[in-house]
Design a protein around this ligand. Structure first.
Ligand code: NAD
Length: 488
Protein backbone atom coordinates (compact mmCIF):
# COMPACT_ATOMS: atom_id res chain seq x y z
CA UNK A 1 0.00 0.00 0.00
CA UNK A 2 1.57 3.30 -1.13
CA UNK A 3 1.62 5.69 1.82
CA UNK A 4 -0.37 8.91 1.28
CA UNK A 5 -3.44 10.85 2.41
CA UNK A 6 -5.62 8.81 0.03
CA UNK A 7 -4.64 5.49 1.61
CA UNK A 8 -4.64 6.46 5.30
CA UNK A 9 -7.91 4.58 5.80
CA UNK A 10 -6.32 1.41 4.44
CA UNK A 11 -3.37 1.12 6.85
CA UNK A 12 -2.56 -2.50 7.66
CA UNK A 13 -4.17 -3.99 10.77
CA UNK A 14 -2.50 -2.86 13.99
CA UNK A 15 -0.86 0.24 12.46
CA UNK A 16 -2.48 3.47 13.59
CA UNK A 17 -2.53 6.73 11.63
CA UNK A 18 -3.65 10.31 12.25
CA UNK A 19 -7.16 10.55 13.70
CA UNK A 20 -7.20 14.32 13.07
CA UNK A 21 -8.19 15.99 9.80
CA UNK A 22 -4.86 16.87 8.18
CA UNK A 23 -6.52 19.25 5.71
CA UNK A 24 -7.26 21.77 8.49
CA UNK A 25 -3.74 21.81 9.98
CA UNK A 26 -1.89 25.12 9.64
CA UNK A 27 1.86 25.68 9.93
CA UNK A 28 3.57 26.97 13.09
CA UNK A 29 7.04 25.41 12.99
CA UNK A 30 9.75 25.39 10.34
CA UNK A 31 12.21 22.55 10.94
CA UNK A 32 15.62 22.76 9.25
CA UNK A 33 17.57 19.49 8.87
CA UNK A 34 14.86 17.00 8.10
CA UNK A 35 16.78 13.81 8.80
CA UNK A 36 15.53 10.84 10.73
CA UNK A 37 15.90 12.12 14.26
CA UNK A 38 13.42 14.97 13.97
CA UNK A 39 10.69 12.67 12.70
CA UNK A 40 11.36 10.01 15.36
CA UNK A 41 11.39 12.58 18.16
CA UNK A 42 9.92 16.11 17.88
CA UNK A 43 7.45 15.32 15.08
CA UNK A 44 6.17 12.36 17.14
CA UNK A 45 5.48 14.56 20.21
CA UNK A 46 3.51 16.98 18.02
CA UNK A 47 1.60 14.13 16.39
CA UNK A 48 0.56 12.87 19.84
CA UNK A 49 -0.79 16.33 20.72
CA UNK A 50 -2.66 16.47 17.42
CA UNK A 51 -4.18 13.05 18.14
CA UNK A 52 -5.55 14.63 21.34
CA UNK A 53 -7.18 17.43 19.34
CA UNK A 54 -4.50 20.00 20.26
CA UNK A 55 -1.86 22.10 18.44
CA UNK A 56 -3.52 21.93 15.02
CA UNK A 57 -2.07 25.38 14.28
CA UNK A 58 1.49 24.20 14.95
CA UNK A 59 2.09 21.83 12.02
CA UNK A 60 5.65 21.37 10.77
CA UNK A 61 7.07 22.64 7.49
CA UNK A 62 10.28 20.78 6.66
CA UNK A 63 13.35 22.53 5.25
CA UNK A 64 16.98 22.00 4.38
CA UNK A 65 19.89 24.16 3.25
CA UNK A 66 21.94 21.44 1.58
CA UNK A 67 21.45 20.29 -1.99
CA UNK A 68 20.97 16.69 -0.75
CA UNK A 69 17.86 17.73 1.20
CA UNK A 70 15.92 18.09 -2.07
CA UNK A 71 15.87 14.29 -2.44
CA UNK A 72 14.31 13.99 1.02
CA UNK A 73 11.75 16.63 0.05
CA UNK A 74 10.81 14.66 -3.06
CA UNK A 75 10.48 11.39 -1.11
CA UNK A 76 8.26 12.99 1.53
CA UNK A 77 6.19 15.10 -0.90
CA UNK A 78 5.30 11.91 -2.83
CA UNK A 79 3.70 10.52 0.33
CA UNK A 80 2.04 13.75 1.57
CA UNK A 81 4.80 14.24 4.22
CA UNK A 82 3.61 11.21 6.17
CA UNK A 83 6.17 9.05 7.98
CA UNK A 84 5.96 5.50 9.27
CA UNK A 85 7.67 5.21 12.65
CA UNK A 86 8.78 1.72 13.66
CA UNK A 87 9.46 1.18 17.33
CA UNK A 88 12.30 -1.26 18.04
CA UNK A 89 11.03 -2.80 21.26
CA UNK A 90 12.83 -5.98 22.40
CA UNK A 91 9.36 -7.42 23.10
CA UNK A 92 8.38 -6.94 19.43
CA UNK A 93 8.25 -4.24 16.77
CA UNK A 94 5.25 -1.98 16.27
CA UNK A 95 4.51 0.85 13.86
CA UNK A 96 2.43 4.00 13.52
CA UNK A 97 2.03 6.64 10.81
CA UNK A 98 2.48 10.26 11.92
CA UNK A 99 1.05 13.27 10.12
CA UNK A 100 2.29 16.39 11.96
CA UNK A 101 4.36 17.58 8.99
CA UNK A 102 2.40 19.18 6.16
CA UNK A 103 4.89 20.71 3.74
CA UNK A 104 8.57 21.01 2.78
CA UNK A 105 10.10 24.23 1.46
CA UNK A 106 11.84 23.95 -1.95
CA UNK A 107 15.60 23.64 -1.44
CA UNK A 108 17.24 26.41 -3.44
CA UNK A 109 20.63 28.11 -3.74
CA UNK A 110 20.32 31.39 -1.80
CA UNK A 111 17.43 29.96 0.26
CA UNK A 112 14.76 32.46 -0.91
CA UNK A 113 11.79 30.05 -0.34
CA UNK A 114 13.05 29.18 3.15
CA UNK A 115 13.49 32.85 4.07
CA UNK A 116 9.98 33.66 2.82
CA UNK A 117 8.51 30.76 4.81
CA UNK A 118 10.24 31.83 8.04
CA UNK A 119 9.16 35.45 7.48
CA UNK A 120 5.50 34.32 7.51
CA UNK A 121 4.08 35.52 10.86
CA UNK A 122 2.30 32.14 11.26
CA UNK A 123 5.73 30.60 11.92
CA UNK A 124 6.49 31.03 15.61
CA UNK A 125 9.25 28.45 16.08
CA UNK A 126 12.23 27.65 13.84
CA UNK A 127 13.73 24.37 15.02
CA UNK A 128 16.93 22.69 13.88
CA UNK A 129 18.70 19.34 13.77
CA UNK A 130 21.73 20.18 11.66
CA UNK A 131 24.19 17.92 13.57
CA UNK A 132 26.61 18.76 16.38
CA UNK A 133 29.21 19.95 13.87
CA UNK A 134 26.76 22.27 12.07
CA UNK A 135 26.97 25.34 14.33
CA UNK A 136 30.28 26.88 13.17
CA UNK A 137 32.00 26.52 16.52
CA UNK A 138 35.80 26.84 16.70
CA UNK A 139 36.91 23.52 18.27
CA UNK A 140 39.79 25.16 20.17
CA UNK A 141 38.05 28.20 21.68
CA UNK A 142 34.42 26.93 21.59
CA UNK A 143 33.62 30.39 20.20
CA UNK A 144 32.00 31.34 16.90
CA UNK A 145 34.09 30.45 13.82
CA UNK A 146 33.84 33.76 11.94
CA UNK A 147 36.56 32.72 9.47
CA UNK A 148 34.66 29.74 8.06
CA UNK A 149 34.05 30.23 4.32
CA UNK A 150 30.26 29.67 4.72
CA UNK A 151 30.13 32.37 7.39
CA UNK A 152 32.26 34.74 5.35
CA UNK A 153 29.89 34.17 2.42
CA UNK A 154 26.75 34.85 4.49
CA UNK A 155 28.23 37.97 6.08
CA UNK A 156 28.97 39.33 2.59
CA UNK A 157 25.65 38.17 1.07
CA UNK A 158 22.98 38.42 3.79
CA UNK A 159 20.13 38.28 1.24
CA UNK A 160 21.27 35.01 -0.34
CA UNK A 161 22.84 33.01 2.50
CA UNK A 162 24.18 29.45 2.37
CA UNK A 163 23.60 28.58 6.02
CA UNK A 164 20.48 27.96 8.08
CA UNK A 165 21.59 30.76 10.40
CA UNK A 166 21.98 33.26 7.57
CA UNK A 167 18.48 32.35 6.37
CA UNK A 168 17.06 32.81 9.88
CA UNK A 169 18.69 36.26 10.09
CA UNK A 170 17.29 37.31 6.68
CA UNK A 171 13.79 36.22 7.76
CA UNK A 172 14.09 37.98 11.13
CA UNK A 173 15.11 41.19 9.35
CA UNK A 174 11.87 41.07 7.33
CA UNK A 175 9.86 40.37 10.47
CA UNK A 176 11.46 43.23 12.37
CA UNK A 177 10.87 45.63 9.46
CA UNK A 178 7.25 44.48 9.05
CA UNK A 179 6.59 44.58 12.80
CA UNK A 180 5.48 40.94 12.86
CA UNK A 181 7.79 40.07 15.74
CA UNK A 182 10.45 37.46 16.49
CA UNK A 183 10.35 33.65 16.48
CA UNK A 184 11.93 31.16 18.86
CA UNK A 185 15.08 29.38 17.65
CA UNK A 186 14.98 25.82 19.01
CA UNK A 187 18.06 23.65 18.57
CA UNK A 188 17.38 19.93 18.99
CA UNK A 189 20.97 18.85 18.37
CA UNK A 190 22.97 16.84 20.83
CA UNK A 191 25.08 19.68 22.18
CA UNK A 192 25.38 20.81 25.78
CA UNK A 193 23.83 24.24 25.99
CA UNK A 194 22.47 23.94 22.44
CA UNK A 195 20.24 27.02 22.78
CA UNK A 196 23.10 29.21 23.96
CA UNK A 197 25.22 27.94 21.07
CA UNK A 198 22.45 28.67 18.55
CA UNK A 199 22.07 32.20 19.96
CA UNK A 200 25.83 32.73 19.72
CA UNK A 201 25.94 31.60 16.08
CA UNK A 202 22.89 33.60 14.93
CA UNK A 203 23.74 36.80 16.78
CA UNK A 204 27.47 36.69 15.91
CA UNK A 205 26.73 36.13 12.21
CA UNK A 206 24.15 38.95 12.16
CA UNK A 207 26.66 41.27 13.82
CA UNK A 208 29.09 40.79 10.90
CA UNK A 209 26.70 42.50 8.45
CA UNK A 210 24.11 44.40 10.52
CA UNK A 211 24.93 45.19 14.19
CA UNK A 212 21.52 46.81 14.84
CA UNK A 213 19.74 43.68 13.63
CA UNK A 214 22.04 41.56 15.80
CA UNK A 215 21.01 43.64 18.83
CA UNK A 216 17.32 43.30 17.92
CA UNK A 217 17.61 39.50 17.58
CA UNK A 218 19.54 39.20 20.84
CA UNK A 219 16.95 41.27 22.69
CA UNK A 220 13.78 39.82 21.14
CA UNK A 221 14.33 36.20 20.08
CA UNK A 222 14.61 33.34 22.53
CA UNK A 223 16.79 30.25 22.13
CA UNK A 224 15.78 27.67 24.76
CA UNK A 225 18.29 25.01 25.73
CA UNK A 226 16.95 21.51 25.32
CA UNK A 227 18.08 17.98 26.02
CA UNK A 228 16.92 15.44 23.43
CA UNK A 229 17.23 11.68 23.79
CA UNK A 230 16.10 8.77 21.60
CA UNK A 231 18.29 6.41 19.60
CA UNK A 232 17.20 6.76 15.95
CA UNK A 233 19.31 4.69 13.54
CA UNK A 234 19.87 5.67 9.92
CA UNK A 235 17.47 4.18 7.36
CA UNK A 236 19.05 1.63 5.03
CA UNK A 237 17.89 -1.46 3.11
CA UNK A 238 17.10 -3.32 6.35
CA UNK A 239 14.72 -0.58 7.56
CA UNK A 240 13.08 -0.31 4.12
CA UNK A 241 12.52 -4.09 4.21
CA UNK A 242 10.98 -3.91 7.68
CA UNK A 243 8.36 -1.36 6.61
CA UNK A 244 7.64 -3.25 3.38
CA UNK A 245 7.11 -6.46 5.35
CA UNK A 246 4.61 -4.57 7.48
CA UNK A 247 2.64 -3.84 4.31
CA UNK A 248 3.46 -0.15 3.75
CA UNK A 249 5.27 1.35 0.78
CA UNK A 250 7.12 4.22 2.55
CA UNK A 251 10.26 5.63 0.88
CA UNK A 252 11.57 7.23 4.09
CA UNK A 253 10.53 5.24 7.19
CA UNK A 254 12.18 5.86 10.55
CA UNK A 255 13.10 3.27 13.17
CA UNK A 256 13.63 4.30 16.78
CA UNK A 257 14.15 2.82 20.21
CA UNK A 258 11.29 2.43 22.69
CA UNK A 259 12.41 5.40 24.78
CA UNK A 260 12.16 9.15 24.32
CA UNK A 261 13.09 12.13 26.48
CA UNK A 262 12.86 15.85 25.78
CA UNK A 263 13.64 18.45 28.43
CA UNK A 264 13.26 22.06 27.33
CA UNK A 265 13.65 25.49 28.91
CA UNK A 266 10.28 27.23 28.78
CA UNK A 267 11.59 30.29 26.92
CA UNK A 268 9.37 30.72 23.85
CA UNK A 269 9.02 34.33 22.72
CA UNK A 270 6.11 33.60 20.35
CA UNK A 271 4.26 30.76 22.07
CA UNK A 272 4.64 26.99 21.85
CA UNK A 273 2.69 23.73 21.73
CA UNK A 274 1.99 22.11 25.12
CA UNK A 275 4.49 19.31 24.56
CA UNK A 276 4.47 18.61 28.31
CA UNK A 277 0.96 17.16 27.89
CA UNK A 278 2.49 14.26 25.94
CA UNK A 279 5.61 13.50 27.95
CA UNK A 280 8.10 16.33 27.35
CA UNK A 281 9.39 18.24 30.39
CA UNK A 282 9.72 22.00 30.70
CA UNK A 283 12.46 22.81 33.20
CA UNK A 284 14.77 25.61 34.31
CA UNK A 285 17.40 23.00 34.98
CA UNK A 286 18.08 21.38 31.61
CA UNK A 287 21.75 21.34 32.62
CA UNK A 288 21.13 18.72 35.37
CA UNK A 289 19.35 16.40 32.91
CA UNK A 290 22.14 16.89 30.38
CA UNK A 291 24.77 16.17 32.98
CA UNK A 292 23.09 12.89 34.02
CA UNK A 293 22.82 11.83 30.39
CA UNK A 294 26.35 12.83 29.44
CA UNK A 295 28.05 11.20 32.41
CA UNK A 296 26.11 7.91 32.40
CA UNK A 297 24.82 7.38 28.83
CA UNK A 298 27.54 9.06 26.76
CA UNK A 299 30.31 8.20 29.25
CA UNK A 300 28.94 4.64 29.44
CA UNK A 301 29.13 4.33 25.66
CA UNK A 302 32.91 4.95 25.86
CA UNK A 303 33.28 2.53 28.77
CA UNK A 304 31.79 -0.37 26.79
CA UNK A 305 32.82 0.41 23.22
CA UNK A 306 36.59 0.50 23.86
CA UNK A 307 36.86 -3.04 25.31
CA UNK A 308 34.25 -4.12 22.76
CA UNK A 309 36.51 -2.97 19.91
CA UNK A 310 39.62 -4.61 21.42
CA UNK A 311 37.74 -7.92 21.81
CA UNK A 312 36.11 -7.75 18.35
CA UNK A 313 32.48 -7.23 19.45
CA UNK A 314 30.51 -5.57 16.64
CA UNK A 315 27.42 -4.08 18.25
CA UNK A 316 26.61 -2.21 21.49
CA UNK A 317 24.01 -4.80 22.51
CA UNK A 318 26.74 -7.44 22.03
CA UNK A 319 28.97 -5.54 24.48
CA UNK A 320 26.20 -5.59 27.06
CA UNK A 321 25.68 -9.34 26.51
CA UNK A 322 29.43 -9.98 26.99
CA UNK A 323 29.97 -11.58 30.44
CA UNK A 324 32.68 -9.05 31.35
CA UNK A 325 31.83 -5.80 29.51
CA UNK A 326 28.18 -5.50 30.64
CA UNK A 327 29.14 -6.01 34.33
CA UNK A 328 32.06 -3.57 33.85
CA UNK A 329 29.59 -0.86 32.83
CA UNK A 330 27.25 -1.61 35.74
CA UNK A 331 29.96 -1.66 38.43
CA UNK A 332 31.77 1.41 37.15
CA UNK A 333 28.62 3.45 36.62
CA UNK A 334 27.15 2.50 40.00
CA UNK A 335 30.25 2.84 42.16
CA UNK A 336 32.25 5.57 40.43
CA UNK A 337 29.96 7.73 38.26
CA UNK A 338 26.67 8.01 40.18
CA UNK A 339 28.32 9.63 43.26
CA UNK A 340 29.03 12.56 40.93
CA UNK A 341 25.61 12.85 39.29
CA UNK A 342 22.77 14.86 40.84
CA UNK A 343 19.26 13.41 40.78
CA UNK A 344 16.63 15.09 38.60
CA UNK A 345 12.90 15.15 39.34
CA UNK A 346 11.57 11.61 39.00
CA UNK A 347 14.93 9.97 38.40
CA UNK A 348 17.68 8.99 40.85
CA UNK A 349 21.11 8.35 39.27
CA UNK A 350 20.97 4.62 40.18
CA UNK A 351 17.63 4.25 38.36
CA UNK A 352 19.12 6.02 35.35
CA UNK A 353 21.95 3.44 35.28
CA UNK A 354 19.29 0.68 35.15
CA UNK A 355 17.49 2.50 32.34
CA UNK A 356 20.67 2.91 30.29
CA UNK A 357 21.59 -0.72 30.93
CA UNK A 358 18.24 -1.77 29.40
CA UNK A 359 18.57 0.64 26.46
CA UNK A 360 22.14 -0.40 25.61
CA UNK A 361 21.10 -4.06 25.84
CA UNK A 362 18.24 -3.79 23.31
CA UNK A 363 19.25 -6.24 20.55
CA UNK A 364 16.82 -4.64 18.08
CA UNK A 365 19.00 -1.50 17.95
CA UNK A 366 21.86 -2.13 15.54
CA UNK A 367 24.37 0.42 16.83
CA UNK A 368 27.98 -0.34 15.94
CA UNK A 369 30.87 -0.29 18.40
CA UNK A 370 32.89 1.53 15.75
CA UNK A 371 30.37 4.41 15.55
CA UNK A 372 30.17 4.73 19.32
CA UNK A 373 33.96 4.54 19.81
CA UNK A 374 34.57 7.25 17.21
CA UNK A 375 36.24 10.50 18.36
CA UNK A 376 37.34 9.34 21.81
CA UNK A 377 39.53 12.44 21.98
CA UNK A 378 36.37 14.56 22.28
CA UNK A 379 34.25 12.00 24.08
CA UNK A 380 36.63 10.79 26.82
CA UNK A 381 37.53 14.39 27.59
CA UNK A 382 33.89 15.55 27.50
CA UNK A 383 32.08 12.58 29.02
CA UNK A 384 34.47 10.69 31.38
CA UNK A 385 37.33 12.94 32.53
CA UNK A 386 35.05 15.48 34.29
CA UNK A 387 33.77 12.61 36.47
CA UNK A 388 37.35 11.42 37.08
CA UNK A 389 38.34 14.91 38.24
CA UNK A 390 35.35 15.12 40.60
CA UNK A 391 36.16 11.66 41.99
CA UNK A 392 39.82 12.53 42.61
CA UNK A 393 38.79 15.75 44.36
CA UNK A 394 36.22 13.95 46.50
CA UNK A 395 38.45 10.95 47.25
CA UNK A 396 35.89 8.46 45.87
CA UNK A 397 36.97 5.31 43.91
CA UNK A 398 38.56 5.79 40.47
CA UNK A 399 39.80 2.28 39.65
CA UNK A 400 37.21 1.62 36.93
CA UNK A 401 37.59 5.09 35.44
CA UNK A 402 41.36 4.55 35.25
CA UNK A 403 40.73 1.15 33.61
CA UNK A 404 38.43 2.81 31.04
CA UNK A 405 41.26 5.22 30.13
CA UNK A 406 43.73 2.30 29.89
CA UNK A 407 41.33 0.42 27.59
CA UNK A 408 41.09 3.48 25.36
CA UNK A 409 44.92 3.68 25.28
CA UNK A 410 45.01 -0.03 24.37
CA UNK A 411 42.42 0.42 21.61
CA UNK A 412 44.30 3.33 20.06
CA UNK A 413 47.35 1.10 19.58
CA UNK A 414 45.37 0.03 16.53
CA UNK A 415 45.06 -3.75 16.80
CA UNK A 416 42.47 -6.05 18.35
CA UNK A 417 43.55 -8.91 20.61
CA UNK A 418 42.97 -11.33 17.72
CA UNK A 419 45.61 -9.41 15.74
CA UNK A 420 43.24 -7.70 13.29
CA UNK A 421 43.68 -4.00 12.55
CA UNK A 422 41.44 -1.28 14.02
CA UNK A 423 40.99 1.32 11.28
CA UNK A 424 41.70 4.95 12.33
CA UNK A 425 38.66 6.16 14.27
CA UNK A 426 39.43 9.64 15.60
CA UNK A 427 40.16 13.02 14.00
CA UNK A 428 43.56 12.95 15.79
CA UNK A 429 44.16 9.22 15.34
CA UNK A 430 47.81 9.54 14.27
CA UNK A 431 48.93 11.25 17.46
CA UNK A 432 46.77 8.96 19.63
CA UNK A 433 48.26 5.95 17.86
CA UNK A 434 51.88 6.98 18.44
CA UNK A 435 51.20 7.80 22.12
CA UNK A 436 49.44 4.44 22.51
CA UNK A 437 52.43 2.58 21.01
CA UNK A 438 54.87 4.37 23.32
CA UNK A 439 52.59 3.66 26.30
CA UNK A 440 52.93 -0.08 25.70
CA UNK A 441 56.21 0.04 27.64
CA UNK A 442 55.78 3.45 29.31
CA UNK A 443 52.15 4.20 30.37
CA UNK A 444 53.06 7.81 31.23
CA UNK A 445 53.54 8.45 27.51
CA UNK A 446 49.74 8.22 27.05
CA UNK A 447 48.98 10.61 29.90
CA UNK A 448 51.59 13.06 28.59
CA UNK A 449 49.01 14.14 25.96
CA UNK A 450 48.44 17.43 27.78
CA UNK A 451 45.62 18.58 25.50
CA UNK A 452 43.61 15.55 26.68
CA UNK A 453 44.68 14.97 30.29
CA UNK A 454 46.11 18.32 31.44
CA UNK A 455 47.15 18.19 35.08
CA UNK A 456 45.67 14.70 35.54
CA UNK A 457 49.05 13.46 34.27
CA UNK A 458 50.55 14.62 37.59
CA UNK A 459 47.91 13.12 39.88
CA UNK A 460 49.75 10.28 41.62
CA UNK A 461 46.56 8.30 42.43
CA UNK A 462 45.35 8.34 38.84
CA UNK A 463 48.79 7.74 37.30
CA UNK A 464 49.37 4.70 39.52
CA UNK A 465 45.95 3.17 38.77
CA UNK A 466 46.18 3.87 35.03
CA UNK A 467 49.71 2.43 34.77
CA UNK A 468 48.71 -0.69 36.70
CA UNK A 469 45.79 -1.37 34.36
CA UNK A 470 47.60 -0.66 31.10
CA UNK A 471 50.52 -2.88 32.12
CA UNK A 472 48.08 -5.65 33.09
CA UNK A 473 46.17 -5.34 29.80
CA UNK A 474 49.40 -5.69 27.82
CA UNK A 475 50.77 -8.56 29.94
CA UNK A 476 47.62 -10.64 30.64
CA UNK A 477 44.97 -9.29 28.27
CA UNK A 478 41.77 -7.26 28.42
CA UNK A 479 39.61 -10.04 29.84
CA UNK A 480 42.08 -10.57 32.70
CA UNK A 481 42.04 -6.84 33.51
CA UNK A 482 38.22 -6.67 33.43
CA UNK A 483 38.01 -9.79 35.62
CA UNK A 484 40.47 -8.30 38.12
CA UNK A 485 38.38 -5.11 38.33
CA UNK A 486 35.12 -7.01 38.74
CA UNK A 487 36.62 -9.16 41.51
CA UNK A 488 38.28 -6.18 43.22
P1 NAD B 1 20.52 12.59 9.54
O1 NAD B 1 21.83 12.32 8.95
O2 NAD B 1 19.37 11.69 9.27
O3 NAD B 1 20.05 14.09 9.18
C1 NAD B 1 20.85 15.21 9.36
C2 NAD B 1 20.19 16.40 8.68
O4 NAD B 1 20.99 17.56 8.94
C3 NAD B 1 20.07 16.30 7.16
O5 NAD B 1 18.87 16.91 6.77
C4 NAD B 1 21.28 17.10 6.67
O6 NAD B 1 21.11 17.64 5.39
C5 NAD B 1 21.35 18.17 7.71
N1 NAD B 1 22.69 18.73 7.91
C6 NAD B 1 23.82 18.06 8.19
N2 NAD B 1 24.85 18.93 8.36
C7 NAD B 1 24.33 20.17 8.18
C8 NAD B 1 24.86 21.48 8.20
N3 NAD B 1 26.15 21.69 8.45
N4 NAD B 1 24.03 22.53 7.96
C9 NAD B 1 22.72 22.32 7.71
N5 NAD B 1 22.16 21.11 7.66
C10 NAD B 1 22.95 20.04 7.88
O7 NAD B 1 20.81 12.66 11.10
P2 NAD B 1 19.77 12.54 12.29
O8 NAD B 1 19.73 11.13 12.77
O9 NAD B 1 18.52 13.21 11.91
O10 NAD B 1 20.51 13.37 13.42
C11 NAD B 1 20.64 14.77 13.33
C12 NAD B 1 21.06 15.29 14.68
O11 NAD B 1 20.07 15.02 15.65
C13 NAD B 1 22.32 14.65 15.25
O12 NAD B 1 23.51 15.21 14.74
C14 NAD B 1 22.15 14.93 16.73
O13 NAD B 1 22.63 16.22 17.05
C15 NAD B 1 20.66 14.88 16.92
N6 NAD B 1 20.32 13.61 17.57
C16 NAD B 1 20.27 12.45 16.85
C17 NAD B 1 20.01 11.25 17.52
C18 NAD B 1 19.96 9.94 16.78
O14 NAD B 1 19.91 8.90 17.44
N7 NAD B 1 19.92 9.91 15.46
C19 NAD B 1 19.80 11.25 18.92
C20 NAD B 1 19.85 12.47 19.61
C21 NAD B 1 20.11 13.63 18.92
Amino acid sequence: MKLGNATLDQLPQGISGPTYDRSVLTPGIVHIGLGNFHRGHQAWYLHRLMQDGLAHDWAIVGAGVRAGDEAQRNRLAAQDYLTTLIELDPAGRSAEVIGSMIDFVPVQEGNAPLIAQMADPAIRIVALTVTEGGYYIDPVTNGFDADHPDIQHDAANPDSPHTAFGAMIAALKQRRDAGTGPFTGLSCDNLQGNGAILRQTVVSLARMSDPALADWIDANCTFPNSMVDCIVPATGPKELDIVRMMGIDDAAPVTHENFRQWVIEDEFCAGRPDWDKVGATFSDNVHAYESMKIRILNGGHQVISNPGEILGVEFISGCMANPLIGPFFRKLATEEITPHVNPVPGMAPADYVDLIDRRFSNPEIVDTVRRVAFDGSSRHTGFLLPTLRDALNAGTPIDGLALAEALWARMCEGTREDGTIIAPNDPIWDSLNSAAKAAKTDPAAWLAQRDLYGDLAENATFVAAFSHWLNLIWSDGTEAALTAYLNG
